[in-house]
Design a protein around this ligand. Structure first.
Ligand SMILES: Cc1cc2nc3c(=O)[nH]c(=O)nc-3n(C[C@H](O)[C@H](O)[C@H](O)COP(=O)(O)OP(=O)(O)OC[C@H]3O[C@@H](n4cnc5c(N)ncnc54)[C@H](O)[C@@H]3O)c2cc1C
Length: 572
């Protein structure tokens, strides 16, 4: 008797998609993730729902998969997708032949594609450069990776799966002859949130009939624990977040390949990207200023206003690229974006273990279906995949949005955005009968939404952030982090609320420090003044004895003098 039929390692889009697919087929599945959901590449990607046009010349099978899944995701995850549309823009001087090849490739792969004249292109996107020659319009879109991943995990859980976050795999358990995987050894951590299973610091051996390695760029590390080679070639890319949507459609530069060639409108921002540079460690690589500068320099040739616009933060992600052994591609931009299912029994003589590597976020569901078919075949389960037809939680019938708008009298952007994010859960979340002020002004997130997210993720304000987008707008949390933390009290005590606040600040600061010029520098200085100076959040709290409750109740309290160290300086 094992603890689970299948253990999935990795809480990114691939792992969550697999857990959902298997659970819907009636398989007893446990997913383990060392951080929170979307801790890896899925939480650090561009947010493009590919139409496939990007690959229509270089990799037509991938292009066809993308358009197929693009249609499926619009159906099953409408509350995570914004169908912005996209353009592949040719500037004066760009290659005519490549433009024609792109158009032909799109048509060959079944991707709807129309040619726009320069005037038409600029009518749709007024900030495009005057150097536009023509463009191809395609059904690219924007997708929210956080909501999509959470929705997959929630659906898996509804079908009986156990989802363990903050649980790191430390070893792969083998049978005595080392030719079959029997389970995993994991270490539970004290990550914030509602963690119901293991206790922090505890290790646990979880046995299973089958183990799936869905750790993306980390797949080689899990392979090594099992004694097999998984030759992932992690490749980093930078993304730069602008203060508002300078464009409303996805703008791609129509040229063979190159860095800095795409702008994706995402919620209230536009995200510029990207680069492609191989790294040896998916967690330890340089994040360099020139990469950020290059995005702005290059992309302002397509959209000149970017040169003066305000940059709010930058972040990097690592692609889980894979090449079959012996391929030996030297330039990472030439490594295939296709995905590979590595059955370690066939490949390495190690049974009950498969890795899934490569691929794209857009095709996560298809990857999950293929690996779930494979696992079910091994386990003798005959149930069919249902994930292409069964809507994800929250998106059952997105046409209800209009009805909700009327019902709640929500005409304002705040109401519209709340209902868009929540989809068919809007009723449950917004009808609280209590006042519902806006806590995050930049992203229009109300108290009811923040409380709903806290109900699901406890003290983990970063999880609240990824569910609601609170603190992800122009002020980068300057005016709302503390309001979010405030909602934790009194369910959680003061020290838990302060810890959660600090963690959220740290996370916001990580990306902001690459964007410290112009207006964003002023914003960062204001945030510093507010949080560090006014709220004393840039140093450990002064002494354990401070009675903070006394401030709230108005009772006078003596604040201890700062302690001086041997050099007579204040201890920070
Ligand atoms: C710069 C960039 C931009 C991109 N843009 C797009 C785009 O716009 N559209 C698109 O379709 N695709 C895009 N991609 C590709 C896409 O993001 C990835 O293919 C996809 O997110 C990979 O998901 P995953 O679940 O396979 O991996 P991940 O999301 O990395 O998940 C793997 C998980 O495994 C966990 N893990 C690792 N080790 C352990 C362990 N020992 N124990 C437990 N858990 C562990 C990690 O914490 C991680 O959460 C982009 C990629 C990059 C790098």
């Amino acid at each position: 008797m094992t603890d689970a039929e299948v253990l999935v390692v990795g809480g990114g889009s691939t792992g969550c998609g697999i857990a959902r697919d298997l659970a819907m087929r009636g398989v007893d599945v446990t997913l383990v993730e060392k951080g929170n959901l979307t801790n890896g590449t899925t939480g650090r990607m561009h947010g493009l729902l590919h139409s496939g046009a990007r690959y229509a010349v270089s990799d037509q099978p991938s292009a066809s998969e993308c358009i197929e899944e693009n249609r499926v995701l619009r159906d099953i995850a409408s509350h995570c997708v914004e169908m912005t549309g996209g353009q592949f823009v040719q500037l004066e001087g760009d290659d005519d032949e490549y433009f024609e090849e792109k158009l032909k490739g799109c048509r060959e792969c079944g991707i709807p594609a129309d040619v726009l004249t320069a005037e038409e292109a600029r009518e749709e996107e007024p900030y495009l450069s005057k150097d536009v020659k023509r463009s191809i319009r395609v059904p690219d879109g924007a997708i929210d990776p956080f909501r999509l991943c959470v929705a997959n995990a929630a659906s898996a859980q509804e079908h009986g799966a156990r989802i363990e976050t903050h649980t790191e795999v430390t070893d792969v358990l083998l049978d005595e002859s080392d030719d079959e995987v029997r389970g995993l050894e994991v270490r539970h951590d004290s990550g914030p949130g509602k963690h119901e299973h293991g206790r922090a610091g505890e290790t646990e051996k979880i046995t299973a009939e089958y183990v799936v390695n869905a750790t993306g760029a980390w797949a080689g590390q899990i392979g090594e624990m099992a004694g097999v080679d998984v030759e992932v070639r992690p490749s980093k890319g930078v993304m730069v977040v602008m203060n508002c949507r300078q464009v409303d459609t996805v703008i791609n530069h129509c040229r063979p390949k190159g860095d800095a060639d795409i702008v994706v409108p995402h919620e209230t921002t536009a995200i510029l990207g990207t680069t492609d540079e191989e790294v040896s460690d998916p967690e330890d690589y340089p994040e360099e200023q020139w990469e950020v500068d290059m995005m702005i320099d290059q992309l302002s040739k397509l959209v000149p206003i970017l040169q003066e616009a305000r940059t709010v933060r930058s972040f990097w992600g690592v692609r889980p690229l894979y090449e079959p052994p012996g391929t030996g591609t030297t330039d990472p931009t030439d490594i295939t974006r296709d995905y590979f299912l590595l059955d370690h029994e066939e490949r390495d003589g190690l049974s009950s273990f498969t890795s899934i590597v490569g691929g794209k976020f857009t095709t996560y569901r298809m990857m999950a279906e293929e690996i779930s078919d494979h696992v079910c075949e091994q386990l003798g389960v005959s149930a069919e995949c249902q994930t292409a037809d069964e809507p994800l939680p929250g998106s059952e019938d997105f046409s209800v949005l209009r009805d909700y708008m009327d019902e709640f009298g929500l005409r304002s952007p705040v109401g519209r955005r709340s209902v868009q994010r929540l989809g068919s859960r809007a009723d449950d979340v917004l009808k609280t009968g209590e006042p519902n002020p806006v806590l995050c002004d930049c992203e229009a997130v109300t108290r009811a939404e923040v409380r709903d997210a806290i109900d699901q993720s406890g003290t983990d304000l970063n999880a609240v952030r990824i569910r609601t987008r609170a603190s992800m707008g122009n002020c980068q949390g300057g005016f709302c982090c503390h309001r979010m933390a405030n909602e934790l009290f009194p369910e959680y005590d003061e020290s838990q609320a302060y810890d959660a606040l600090d963690e959220l600040f740290e996370e916001r600061w990580k990306g902001e420090r690459h964007a410290l010029w112009g207006e964003q520098l002023s914003q960062a200085a204001l945030n510093y003044a507010l949080h560090a100076t006014t709220m004393n959040r840039d140093r450990p709290l002064k002494g354990e004895d401070t009675d903070f409750a006394a401030f709230d109740s108005g009772v006078e309290t003596e604040i201890p003098e700062p302690v001086a160290d041997e050099r007579g300086e204040r201890g920070d």
